[in-house]
Ligand binder design. Structure first.
Ligand code: SAT
Ligand code: MN
Length: 577
C-alpha cells in the first residue's frame, strides 16, 4: 500500500484535482447520484429495468482509437509492425504536459481493482486513477473492486492513469509502458480506451508479461459445453471485436440439443488468460467480472441470456432512449418507440438513420448471466479441449476446419482475416489480417508473439488443445448469410468436440481437416446438404490470392517471423499447386 499511496500522491501533484476519492466498490449510489446531476447518466425506469442507466458519449468517442494507441518501449523493434511505437521518454513528456493540472476543479477517483479472482496467484492487480464517474461505475462492473482488493495491494500493481480531459480527439492518446507496468490514457471515455483493466491491462500489458512468464493472454471467450451424460468440456474462441463472441459465449442450444440434455456454461465472453496446469493441460480463466457487449442485434432470438443479463444493474452507452417508457431501445428489437432520442442525444425523427450507434454497448455484471459457469470464480480456471479462431469472411474461409497439428494451428491463427466492424474507428467491412484476433491488442512484436505460441505448443506437447477455424459469416450470391449462426453454432462445436475425442470423421483438404456435409448435424434446420457443401467449399483461386496476402503480411515482420511459419506457408502453397 505504501507504493500505491506514493504513486497516487505523485499523480495528484501532476493532475491537481480538487479532491481525491478512493473507490472500494461500496456506496456507489452516491456517485450515481452525482452522475445523474451532471447529466452523465440517465436513470431508467426502475420497475422495468431496475438499477439501469443510460450514458451518451461524445460524438467522436464511440469506439477504440487504434491510431491513437501506442506501445512505448525502449526499442522500436519490440513493438513490431502491428503496433504504433513511441519512445517512453518522448511520450511521458507529451503526456506529462497534457496531464498537468488536467483535473483542476474535478475529483480524482482512485480505483484499486483486480483482474481475476482476488487472492489467486494468477490474478493481476491494478489501480486506475480517473476523473470520470462513468469510468468508475463501469470499472466496478467489469473488474473486481472491493475492500479485499485494496487490502491485497502491494508493490506490484499496474499503474493506470486516465482523464477524459477535454475529449479532444487531436490530443487523444492511449499509451502503454510495458517496461514500467503503466498505462496512460487521455481524451477518451470509451470502453477500450478508458476502462484500462480491459484491453490495455488484460491484453496488451498482460500479453507482454505472459511472454516472459510462459502463459497466454488472449482475446477469447471461454465456454463450457455439457453433454447429455453431464460431462462438461471447455473451449476458447478468438474472434475480432463485434464478431459475435458474446453471442457464442452465451448460446442457447437448438431445440433438439436441449431435448437431448445439452447445456452451455459461459465462463467469459472477451478475454482469457491461459496457463499450463499441474496436469500438463492448458487451463483458462476469465480475468473480467462483467460484459461490455455490443447492444444492437441483441434480442430474444439472438441472445436471450444476454438480454436477461442486461435486464438489471446495467449501464447502456449510446442506445436509443424511449421518452414515454423511460427505457432504452436498439436496432434488432421490435416496436421502435414513438417518442425517442437517438444515441446523439437528438430527437429521433429520421428513422432512416439508425437510432443506436452500431458500437453501442452494455456493461453488465457477470453474475447477471443466467448460464454463468459454476467454475467462473475458480482461480485455476477450466481445462481447454479446443481453441477456435474465426472471423467475418464472406467467401474464403469455410464453415469449419481443423488445423493439422498445433504448429499448423498457430499458422492458421496467425493468418486469420476478418472484415472490420464498428468496434474500431475507421472504415467498416475492410478485410484485414487479424492474427489470433489480437492485432489491436498484442503488447509486443507479433513475430515474437507467434514464436511464443509455438513455444507454448512445444511446452504442452500432446496435451495441447486441438485448433480449429470457423466462419459463421459466409454469404451466398445475394449476399445473405448461408449459415444460421447463433444457437445453431453448437452443431459445429459438436463436430469440434467429437474431433477432440477422436470420434468424428474428417477429410483432408489443402487447408486442414474438414467435415463432410454429413458430419454436421442439420436436423431441424432449414439448410440443405448443397448449402453445407457450399459452406465447406474451399475455392483454390481465392486461397491462392490469400497466400499472396499472407506473404506480404509475413514480410512485414522481417526476421522476427518464426521460420516455422514460413515453412507452413510454403507447405500450404504446395498443397494448392
Ligand atoms: O475495446 S472494447 O473492449 O471497448 C470493445 C472491443 O472492441 O472489443
Ligand atoms: Mn473484445
Amino acid at each position: 500500500m505504501v507504493e500505491v499511496k506514493k504513486w497516487v500522491a505523485e499523480m495528484e501533484a501532476l493532475c491537481k484535482p480538487e479532491k481525491v476519492v478512493w473507490i472500494d466498490g461500496e456506496g456507489l449510489d452516491e456517485y450515481r447520484k452525482e452522475a445523474l446531476k451532471s447529466g452523465e447518466l440517465i436513470e431508467l425506469n426502475n420497475e422495468l429495468m431496475p438499477g439501469c442507466f443510460l450514458h451518451r458519449s461524445a460524438l467522436n468517442d464511440v469506439a477504440r482509437s487504434e491510431d491513437k494507441t501506442f506501445i512505448c518501449t525502449t526499442k522500436e523493434d519490440d513493438v513490431g509492425p502491428t503496433n504504433n511505437w513511441r519512445a517512453p521518454d518522448e511520450m511521458y513528456s507529451v503526456l506529462t504536459s497534457l496531464f498537468d493540472g488536467v483535473m483542476k476543479g474535478r475529483t480524482m477517483y482512485v480505483i484499486p481493482f483486480c483482474m481475476g479472482t482476488v487472492g489467486s496467484p494468477f490474478s493481476k492487480l491494478g489501480v486506475e486513477i480517473t476523473d470520470s464517474i462513468y469510468v468508475v461505475l463501469n470499472m466496478c462492473i467489469m473488474t473486481r473492486v472491493s475492500k479485499e482488493v485494496t487490502k491485497a495491494l502491494g508493490a506490484e500493481f499496474v499503474k493506470c492513469l486516465h482523464s477524459t480531459a477535454e475529449l479532444d480527439i487531436d490530443k487523444r492518446y492511449i499509451c502503454h509502458f510495458p517496461e514500467d507496468n503503466a498505462i496512460w490514457s487521455i481524451n477518451s471515455g470509451y470502453g477500450g480506451n478508458a476502462l484500462l483493466g480491459k484491453k490495455c491491462l488484460a491484453l496488451r500489458i498482460a500479453s507482454y508479461r505472459a511472454k516472459e512468464e510462459n502463459w497466454l493472454a488472449e482475446h477469447m471467450l471461454i465456454l463450457g459445453i455439457e453433454n447429455p451424460a453431464g460431462e462438461t468440456r471447455y473451449v476458447c474462441a478468438a474472434f475480432p471485436s463485434a464478431c459475435g463472441k458474446t453471442n457464442l459465449a452465451m448460446l442457447i442450444p437448438p431445440e433438439i440439443y436441449r431435448q437431448k440434455g445439452y447445456k452451455i456454461w459461459c465462463v467469459g465472453d472477451d478475454i482469457a488468460w491461459l496457463r499450463i496446469g499441474e496436469d500438463g493441460r492448458l487451463w483458462a480463466v476469465n480475468p473480467e467480472n462483467g460484459y461490455f457487449g455490443v447492444v444492437p442485434g441483441t434480442n430474444e432470438k439472438t441472445n436471450p441470456n444476454a438480454l436477461a443479463a442486461i435486464s438489471k444493474d446495467t449501464i447502456f452507452t449510446n442506445v436509443v432512449y424511449d421518452e414515454d417508457k423511460n427505457t432504452v431501445w436498439w436496432e434488432g428489437l421490435d416496436n421502435p418507440p414513438k417518442n425517442a432520442i437517438n444515441w446523439k442525444g437528438e430527437k429521433w425523427t429520421n428513422r432512416e438513420e439508425k437510432g443506436a450507434h452500431p458500437n453501442s454497448r452494455f456493461t453488465a455484471p457477470a453474475k447477471n448471466c443466467p448460464i454463468l459457469s459454476p467454475e467462473f470464480e475458480n482461480p485455476k480456471g477450466v481445462p481447454i479441449s479446443a481453441i477456435i479462431f474465426g472471423g467475418r469472411r464472406a467467401k474464403t474461409a469455410p464453415l469449419v476446419y481443423q488445423a493439422r497439428n498445433f504448429d499448423h494451428g498457430v499458422f492458421v491463427a496467425s493468418t486469420m482475416a476478418s472484415e472490420t466492424t464498428a468496434a474500431q474507428t475507421g472504415a467498416v467491412g475492410v478485410t484485414r489480417i487479424d492474427s489470433m484476433a489480437m492485432k489491436p491488442f498484442c503488447g509486443y512484436n507479433m513475430g515474437d508473439y507467434f514464436a511464443h505460441w509455438l513455444k507454448m505448443g512445444a511446452l504442452i506437447g500432446d496435451k495441447a488443445p486441438k485448433i480449429f477455424n470457423v466462419n459463421w459469416f459466409r454469404t451466398d450470391e445475394q449476399g445473405r448469410f448461408i449459415w444460421p449462426g447463433f444457437g445453431d453454432n453448437l452443431r459445429v462445436l459438436e463436430w469440434i468436440l467429437a474431433r477432440c475425442d477422436g470420434t468424428a470423421t474428417a477429410v483432408e483438404s489443402p487447408i486442414g481437416y474438414m467435415p463432410t456435409p454429413k458430419d454436421i448435424n442439420i436436423e431441424g434446420l432449414d439448410i440443405t446438404h448443397t448449402d453445407l457443401e457450399n459452406l465447406l467449399n474451399v475455392d483454390s483461386e481465392l486461397w491462392k490470392a490469400e497466400i499472396i496476402a499472407i506473404k506480404e503480411y509475413y514480410e512485414t515482420f522481417g526476421d522476427r517471423l518464426p521460420q516455422k511459419l514460413w515453412e507452413e506457408l510454403s507447405n500450404l502453397e504446395s498443397r494448392f499447386s
